[in-house]
Write a protein that binds this ligand. Structure first.
Ligand SMILES: Cc1cc2nc3c(=O)[nH]c(=O)nc-3n(C[C@H](O)[C@H](O)[C@H](O)COP(=O)(O)O)c2cc1C
Ligand SMILES: [Mn+2]
Length: 459
């Protein structure tokens, strides 16, 4: 089963009691950001703001929020075993299907008529932000040489009626394509798509190799190709049922100040001279829904999404080689679902956990990891801390790698210089005499399970 569009998914959230309407007027200047922070902190519902000051359409925030349950709903599967379902479906790529007529083009605004503020609410999320930001748009482009498609999320700062600054940072693929177009002296055509089937948002966060198209992965994940329509002013195709589409070009040899911005790391990222997009058309559905997301320190929706998509992709990459007995991989939200990884395995040789550590730390995007035995639930931080506290010999089990490229958004990496990494082997050392774990025996466990509700019933 697949959702036709964002609206269908919102209906499912509402039926499940996971969506609430806010009818009171809210200010896009800081107030929506403050509400987003509190909803994330309290693991709150998705919200629809029906009355946004100075804006005539509805604003939707937090479709996934900070629990895995709404991600499972987006995937039409149970929360238990989500990673397994993801891995099964993610091996299929389905090419999009082109349609002639599309809801996302019910309204077309061209050239001089374009004024971003008419269609996009001017949300300033935090006091130190450099301006109003679009935070939850799918950014589409093609490689200027091969025409391979790309779909990702890059934040956008609105700087004029038709102008935006983009955080396009190599090695992200949109930046790679732009730099290649710029070397040819050409602009890069882009489409910025807001509000679709949530599966497209999840697929956009899978770290595929350059040239692999995330929209085709989305087709596989939803088990049905995505319908697309040709854009009006650029040579790109966009999801037909999207709420809002901005068409435009990243201008060659132009850089303007973008930022600062309150990032997913939980820190304010500095402003810098960054690429600029000029908008050539806006198309949108009747009564469009503007979809956005709040960013900041964990937990946020960004971390919830990344935790699943990155865990699945890393598991897929490292399982076959180093550790066929690898059991689970998890990017915890507290590690920004980016810098820190926990993995579990059934160790079959002395030292094998260190091979897994090196396999994980190989990625420039990861800074640290912990590897534990398979009896530890790596999604439970208390169990992971218990393994670290009781199974680590600090002089033997900590690996440190110096002078290596690390994640560029690590707040200690703003100078860009080489980083360092560490991994902790928190598995029981192989072949040593180690105490037996305290556990309820099977017979007693079954007895207690069978009697559980009776213990607490009155009379
Ligand atoms: C809400 C949100 C905002 C994001 N903003 C940015 C951004 O501004 N710049 C960036 O490089 N990545 C950003 N990302 C992460 C990328 O979308 C993600 O790493 C993606 O997999 C990159 O795809 P690519 O490899 O095709 O470039 C954001 C992700 C989310 C969920
Ligand atoms: Mn990509």
């Amino acid at each position: 089963m697949a959702y036709h569009d964002l609206r269908e998914f919102l209906g499912v959230l509402e039926d499940a009691g996971e969506l609430q309407y806010v009818q009171r007027e809210v200010d896009p200047d800081l107030e929506i950001g403050g509400i987003g922070r509190k909803l994330d902190d309290t693991r709150g519902p998705a919200v629809v703001f029906t009355n946004v000051k100075g804006y005539s359409h509805q604003v939707v925030m937090g479709i996934f929020g900070t629990t895995m349950s709404r991600i499972a709903m987006a995937m039409c599967c149970a929360e238990d075993g989500l990673l397994k379902v993801w891995l099964e479906r993610a091996s299929t790529f389905l090419r999009p299907r082109l349609v002639e007529k599309a809801p996302c083009q019910e309204n077309v605004i061209l050239g001089d008529q374009v004024c971003l503020a008419d269609v996009i609410p001017q949300i300033r999320w935090n006091t130190l932000d450099g301006g109003p930001y679009i935070t939850f748009a799918l950014f589409f482009n093609k490689d200027p040489q091969t025409s391979a498609g790309n779909m990702a999320i890059y934040r956008l700062m609105m700087t004029g009626d038709r102008r935006m600054g983009a955080y396009l940072q190599a090695p992200q693929h949109g930046a790679t394509a732009f730099l290649s177009a710029e070397r040819m002296g050409k602009p890069l055509e882009v489409a910025i798509v807001i509000g679709t089937d949530p599966m497209l948002y999840l697929a956009s966060q899978v770290p595929l190799q350059y040239g692999a198209y995330e929209l085709e992965l989305a087709g596989g994940l939803r088990q049905e190709p995505v319908e697309v329509v040709k854009c009006k002013t650029v040579d790109l195709e966009v999801p037909a049922t999207a709420e809002i589409v901005l068409e435009g070009r990243v201008l060659p040899n132009v850089r303007e100040m973008e930022g600062p911005f309150g990032e997913f790391t939980g820190y304010v990222g500095p402003a810098d001279m960054r690429p600029v997009i000029e908008i050539s058309a806006i198309t949108h559905r009747n009564d469009p829904l503007y979809l956005c997301t709040h960013e900041g320190y964990p937990p946020t929706e960004d971390h919830t999404m990344h935790s699943l998509t990155k865990s699945a992709e890393l598991f897929r990459q490292i399982k076959p080689s180093t550790a066929p007995t690898l059991k689970d991989v998890y990017f915890p939200l507290g590690g920004c679902s980016a810098f820190h990884v926990v993995a579990s395995l059934r160790k079959e040789r002395a030292g094998q956990a260190k091979n897994v550590i090196l396999d994980i730390l190989r990625s420039a995007l990861i800074k640290s990891c912990v590897v534990v035995d398979e009896d530890i639930d790596i999604r439970d931080s208390t169990q992971v801390e218990w393994a670290i506290a009781t199974r680590v010999r600090p002089d033997k089990d900590i690996v440190i790698v110096s002078d290596i490229a690390g994640p560029h958004l690590d707040p200690l990496q703003h100078d860009g210089g080489p980083s360092s990494k560490y991994g902790i082997d928190a598995t029981i050392p192989y072949g040593i005499d180690f105490p037996v774990k305290v556990e309820t025996d099977e017979k007693t466990r079954k007895l207690v399970e069978a009697n559980w509700s009776d213990y607490f019933s009155q009379g």
